[in-house]
Structures are given as structure tokens and as C-alpha cells.
Design a protein around this ligand. Structure first.
Ligand SMILES: Nc1ncnc2c1ncn2[C@@H]1O[C@H](COP(=O)(O)OP(=O)(O)OP(=O)(O)O)[C@@H](O)[C@H]1O
Length: 246
């Protein structure tokens, strides 16, 4: 048997990524030479003060913006710039990246179930298989009993659970979340963060979460600290297991 080690392809890799907004005197260096890898099955927290560049990093990782310099690689393929090897970035994004934002942004006139079905339909899944998949997701996120309710009839935590179900609809290998618990009280925030932890373990997705919530840091495999556009990995004490029963 070969003893050669197999190197896993990172779900996400930034290579020397910089982002400058504007020009001349008004130019803002939002990201400066950021290099980082995120493996499948890892949950990483992205922390830092306001204006540090966290959302900008997420935008690059999610192909919502192009870097000024450097490269974004997704699942081992160059995903940024003119030489990108992923085809249409919008189609790739729809199929391979799930997004969760601070506000759930559910479609207000569709029920919880219909919101998840919409995400499936956009990727070509309809009818009974789509309904089965949507119900599976709503059950997984403990909101199946609210499937026929409109977003306005759901609590903030329930809406965020539906938004996570929607983000997971197409089994994306990468999930990006920008302050998903900022609008929730600490208990509901912990519950939502615990769900991300569960998703990472159950689906093997790589999960990157921008957060200011220091109370849930025990749930993360890695902490990435951003300051003034620079990224630094925090050394963690891995001896303490997280409590995920919240
Ligand atoms: N579209 C833009 N045009 C110009 N400047 C921008 C733009 N987007 C972000 N910036 C600037 O880039 C820097 C980083 O912003 P970013 O939103 O990434 O920070 P952040 O860490 O996510 O902050 P917060 O925690 O407040 O959301 C800030 O100085 C911001 O003002």
C-alpha cells in the first residue's frame, strides 16, 4: 500500500488577496495580501473591529466581488479573474456557495416551505423531490412545523433557520455567513451558531462565519482575526470540547 499522504483540496483558498475601493486620495485598502485556506468540514469564525475587512473578505470568497490583486480558489479551481476555471461565476455561486446574512431576507409573500422550494427551483429541482428535500431541511433545522407560515409570522430565530435551510438547499460545499446572529438574543444566537456547527459536522461543508459574538467562539474549529485589512489566525486551545446541546 502506498504511504504517500493525500492532500485534501481546500474548499476555499485565498492567495495574496487585496482589495482597494476607490482611487487616489480616497482609496481604501479593505484587504491587504490575505492568504488563507479553509478545508471541508471546518467551521471558521472571522472576527475583528468594524471596518476591518470582514465583509469584504466574504464578498471575495463568495464571488460577489473581484479582488484587486491575488486569487480566489474554490474546490481546487481558480474562481477569480479572467483565467477563472469555474465557468459562469453566477451559476457556480448558485450551485456551490450558500449565503446567510444578518437579516434573513426571506421572500415576504412566500411561506417558509416556498422560500426553500424557490432556492431548489432556481437550481432545477421541482415537484415531489424538491418538496421532500425542502421538508427534510426544515425538519433538520427544527422549523418544519412552521412550513406554512409567512416570514412575518415567524420569530427572528425561526426566520434565520429558514434562511439557513434555503442556503443549504443545494448542498453547497461552502457556506458563508455574515453576522447571522447579530439580530438575535444570546440564547437564540447560540442556537443558530450551534446549527452551523451541526451543519459543518453533518454535511462536511466548509463554513465561514463573520461574527462579533464572542460567547459562541467555543463552537469554531478556527478563529481568524482581521484588523485593518490584515488576517491572522488565532491559536486555539483544542483541549476543551464545545457544548453543543444549546
Ligand atoms: N463598496 C465600498 N466602497 C468603498 N469603500 C468600501 C466599500 N465596501 C467597504 N468599504 C470600506 O472597506 C473597509 C472594510 O469594510 P468591510 O465592510 O469589509 O468591514 P467589516 O469588517 O465587515 O466592518 P463591519 O464589522 O462594520 O461590518 C472599510 O473601511 C469600508 O469603509
Amino acid at each position: 500500500m502506498s504511504t504517500a499522504s493525500v492532500t485534501a483540496v481546500p474548499a476555499l483558498e485565498l492567495r495574496g488577496v487585496s482589495k482597494v475601493y476607490g482611487r487616489g486620495d480616497t482609496a481604501v485598502a479593505a484587504l491587504s495580501q490575505v492568504s488563507v485556506q479553509l478545508q471541508t468540514g471546518q467551521m471558521a469564525g472571522l472576527l475583528g473591529p468594524s471596518g476591518a475587512g470582514k465583509s469584504t473578505l466574504l464578498m471575495m470568497a463568495g464571488l460577489l466581488e473581484e479582488p484587486s490583486e491575488g486569487e480566489v480558489w474554490l474546490q481546487g479551481r481558480l474562481a477569480s479573474g479572467a483565467r477563472r476555471a469555474i465557468g459562469d461565476p453566477r451559476a457556480f455561486r448558485r450551485a456551490c456557495i450558500g449565503f446567510v446574512f444578518q437579516k434573513p431576507n426571506l421572500v415576504s409573500f412566500l411561506t417558509a416551505l416556498e422560500n426553500v422550494l424557490l432556492a431548489l427551483e432556481i437550481n432545477g429541482l421541482r415537484g415531489a423531490p424538491a418538496k421532500a428535500r425542502a421538508m427534510e431541511l426544515l425538519s433538520y433545522l427544527d422549523v418544519a412545523h412552521r412550513r406554512d407560515n409567512l416570514p412575518s409570522q415567524l420569530s427572528g430565530g425561526e426566520q434565520q433557520r429558514v434562511a439557513i435551510a434555503r442556503a443549504l438547499a443545494n448542498r453547497p460545499p461552502l457556506l458563508l455567513a455574515d453576522e447571522p446572529t447579530a439580530a438575535l438574543d444570546s440564547q437564540r444566537g447560540r442556537q443558530v451558531m450551534t446549527l452551523f456547527h451541526r451543519v459543518t459536522r453533518d454535511t462536511g461543508a466548509a463554513v465561514l462565519v463573520v461574527t462579533h459574538d464572542h460567547r459562541s467562539l467555543d463552537l469554531f474549529d478556527r478563529i481568524l482575526d482581521m484588523d485593518d485589512g490584515h488576517l491572522k489566525e488565532r491559536l486555539l486551545d483544542t483541549s476543551a470540547a464545545p457544548s453543543v446541546t444549546a
